[in-house]
Each structure stands twice: as C-alpha cells, then as structure tokens.
Design a protein around this ligand. Structure first.
Ligand SMILES: NC(=O)c1ccc[n+]([C@@H]2O[C@H](COP(=O)([O-])OP(=O)(O)OC[C@H]3O[C@@H](n4cnc5c(N)ncnc54)[C@H](O)[C@@H]3O)[C@@H](O)[C@H]2O)c1
Length: 256
C-alpha cells in the first residue's frame, strides 16, 4: 500500500510506542515524515530503524516539548519548512500519571493537562494555516479508553483525554467545510513506554476491584503499538475520507 506517496506528515510522540510505530507505518506507505518528541534518545532509535528500513531520506526529526507555546510555534514552522507544507498532523505525544485524586497536586494536574490537552491544542492551532493549504488534510488525535470508561486513579489523564475527544468534535464542525478532517483514536491495552513503566505507576495500595475491565477479549494480552498505527494511517489517508468528528476505540474488546 502506498497511500502516503507525496503526503507530508507531522507526528508528535515519534520517539516511542504508538507514535514511533506510526512513523514507521507511514514511511512504509511512502509518506514524508517529520517526527517530534521531548526525547532525543527516543527519536534517535526511531531514526535508526528508519535508516535500517531504507527510509532515512523521507524522515526528519526534532526535539520539541508540545506543552511549550513558543517551542511549538517554532517547531511547527520548522516542520512545515522541512516537509514543504503539511497534509496530516498526528498528535500522539502524551503522558500518563496515576495517583489517588486526594493526593494529586495542582502541579501534577497541570502537567498532565498541559502536555496532553493543551499540547494537542497548541500543535493544532499552529498547524492550522499549513493544513488548510494542504492536500486532503487530516488531523488524528489521541484520546484513550479512559475518556469513556472509568479508570480509577487517573482523573487528570481521563479528563485530558475526554477533553481531546470533545475538542476533536468541535474542530470537525468548525473546519469540515474547508475540507479538513479531525478524528481520534481511543487506544487501550497497548504495549508502549507508557504502559510498561515510564513515569509513576498506580498507587501501591491500588484497589484492583475498582478496575471492572482489565483484559482484552482478543489475543493473549496487550497488543503491540502497530495495531494502533495501522488505524491512524487509515484515518489520515483517503481511506478515511468520509470520517470526521468521531473516534475509534482500539482495545481488543477490553471495554465492549
Ligand atoms: N498505550 C496505551 O495503552 C494507550 C492507551 C490510551 C491512550 N494512549 C495514548 O497513546 C499516545 C502514545 O502513547 P504511548 O502509549 O505510545 O506511550 P509512550 O510513552 O511510549 O509514548 C509517548 C511519547 O510522547 C512523548 N512525550 C511526552 N511528553 C511530551 C511532550 N511534552 N512533548 C513531546 N513529546 C512528549 C514521550 O517522550 C514518548 O515518546 C498517548 O497520547 C497516550 O496517552 C496509549
């Protein structure tokens, strides 16, 4: 499949997990990709794999903190220059922090909302002029199953992901007449840096009985990040041409 031949794609969170899998999937489909992440080391691993697969000519990368307004302004301008325009924005960067809500500091709350929700907003706002001038443009945002199904100890994260889902619907209404599509993926139970131990995990005294649904119905456990990357690639391509203002849950049936 070469759905991305000639398409210019900016991907956040390209230094790990689902963002990285999306970089490789879109490169494999012929796309021109600019990957950003706060992790320089993560981007290096992504670039090394792209080179090993012979795709180094179509990948550029840069360190960017999506929660920093000025950095996003500069980073999106640099990305648009490197790509020669912009057709697709994939907002995969995110953080998960878990804690009892009565022990959640305002700093922790602001950090999660600042990266996940405000960072996604900043990336979209700064990319809009280039996207509106792009070819069949699309934005794919990252919600989570926690936006619609209760995940205890993650109120800040769930709120940030619910906000991204709501924002996606509002943006679709605002820009559909100009041909710009906005969709969300809502992953769950996916192996990635986030689920295998980056950042603080669940509280030590976690009450597991509060988690009503834990295991995917499909397969033997968590799935690889490429299971989400394929859906992201579909949403950003012409196969998703009649999809906007909605989300697709990708959790192996954990929450059906
Ligand atoms: N893994 C899952 O089961 C799951 C479930 C629901 C939603 N998600 C979402 O999928 C997306 C990808 O996460 P993942 O699971 O691949 O985890 P991950 O930790 O492997 O990848 C997240 C990436 O985002 C980057 N990042 C963090 N803060 C950043 C910032 N301020 N600026 C730029 N980059 C930053 C990290 O460095 C990392 O490379 C996230 O939005 C996450 O919330 C994942």
């Amino acid at each position: 499949m070469n759905r991305y031949e000639g398409r210019r794609v900016l991907i956040t969170g390209g230094g790990s997990g689902i963002g990285r899998a999306t970089v490789h999937r879109i490169l494999a489909e012929g796309g021109l990709v600019h990957a950003v992440d706060v992790s320089e080391a993560g981007l290096k691993v992504t670039a090394d794999r792209a080179a090993a697969e012979g795709h180094q000519d179509r990948l550029t990368a840069a360190v960017l903190d999506i929660s920093d307004e000025n950095a996003v302004k500069e980073g999106v301008a640099a990305a648009t220059l490197a790509l020669g325009g912009l057709d697709v924005l994939v907002n995969a960067a995110g953080i998960l922090r878990s804690a009892h809500t009565h022990q959640t500091t305002l700093d922790l709350w602001n950090q999660v909302i600042g990266v996940n929700l405000t960072g996604t907003f900043l990336m979209i706002r700064e990319s809009l002029p280039a996207l509106l001038a792009g070819d069949r443009p699309a934005v794919v945002n990252f919600s989570s199953t926690s936006a619609s199904f209760a995940h205890p100890y993650m109120s800040a994260y769930a709120a940030s992901k619910g906000g991204i889902q709501s924002m996606t619907h509002a943006l679709a209404a605002e820009y559909s007449k100009q041909g710009l599509r906005f969709t969300c993926v809502a992953p769950g139970s996916i192996e990635s840096g986030m689920t295998t131990g980056n950042g603080p995990g669940l509280p030590e005294d976690t009450d597991w009985s509060l988690f009503t649904k834990l295991a995917p119905a499909l397969g033997q456990g968590f799935a690889g990040p490429e299971t989400v990357a394929g859906v992201v690639a579909m949403l950003g391509s012409e196969d998703g041409a009649f999809i906007t203002g909605t989300e697709i849950r990708i959790d192996g049936g954990t929450h059906y």
